[in-house]
Ligand binder design. Structure first.
Ligand SMILES: *Cc1c(COP(=O)(O)O)cnc(C)c1O
Length: 232
């Protein structure tokens, strides 16, 4: 499949998922996850209209960031080691993988030194799978309270990864639980501004995530494709 046909296919499927759930297409933003492809392919994706790029490791993202930083916003979606925060803050506009206080403190420190505030999503392990990063849902309110003095960190929403399922419908309860958690947090008014974002849905399950309220979908294989790339 060519890039153009993948983009068209994803757009059709997004439009259908929005229509099926009474949502507006413009309320869902696609993050093109370029971690499986070369800088040249990532550039083609941006040329085709992508304005949001997702990457999960700084060393692999570096060339793409250098090439595309003027044309796209960068989302850090992978687990983030505290000692890598200095590479990410100031380069990536969003961090989707905030899952502990020590990481928040490191982000705050670096952001403050740059005079910026980093919009962050708290990563939640809704399904409780051991292989997945993220906070248990019941840990989220406490971390949100602990973020208050950290002015360099701005919580804007929640992120999750659903377990891979052959039948995507089976992921629905995970996405629904993330939305309900966000709404509960907003009712408790733990943050200065309401949490608006839900980063959920990947190639295998994005339509279900959209039906359950995703505001960001993170699409790699189905949109950008996958290719052999040389290690750098
Ligand atoms: C790789 C990755 C994606 C995209 O994966 P696909 O299934 O190829 O769409 C989305 N989110 C995260 C956190 C990832 O690491």
């Amino acid at each position: 499949m060519t890039l153009e046909s993948r983009i068209r296919d994803v757009e059709d499927r997004l439009a259908r998922a929005c229509a099926a759930s009474g949502r507006k297409r413009e309320d869902v933003t696609v993050i093109a996850v370029t971690k499986y492809v070369s800088t040249a392919t990532a550039a083609a994706v941006v040329k085709a209209g992508a304005r949001h790029i997702g990457e999960n490791r700084w060393p692999d993202a570096k060339d793409k960031w250098e090439a595309l930083k003027e044309q796209a916003q960068f989302h850090y979606i992978g687990s983030l080691q505290t000692n890598k925060v200095k590479d990410v803050v100031g380069r990536f506009q969003y961090i989707h993988s905030l899952d502990r206080l020590s990481l928040a403190e490191a982000i705050h420190k670096k952001a403050s030194s740059l005079g910026i505030e980093v919009p962050c999503l708290l990563q939640v392990n809704v399904s409780g799978e051991e292989s997945k990063h993220g906070l248990a849902p019941e840990q989220v309110p406490e971390l949100i309270r602990q973020l208050r003095p950290l002015t360099g960190v701005k919580p804007i929403g929640l992120m999750t990864m659903a377990p891979f399922e052959d039948e995507p419908e089976r992921t629905r309860s995970v996405f629904r639980a993330l939305r309900e958690l966000r709404d509960e947090l907003n009712r408790a008014a733990l943050t200065e501004a309401p949490l608006t974002e839900l980063s959920m849905g990947m190639s295998n399950d994005f339509e279900v995530a959209v039906e359950e309220g995703a505001t960001w979908v993170r699409l790699g294989t189905v949109l950008v494709g996958k290719e052999e790339i040389e290690a750098n």
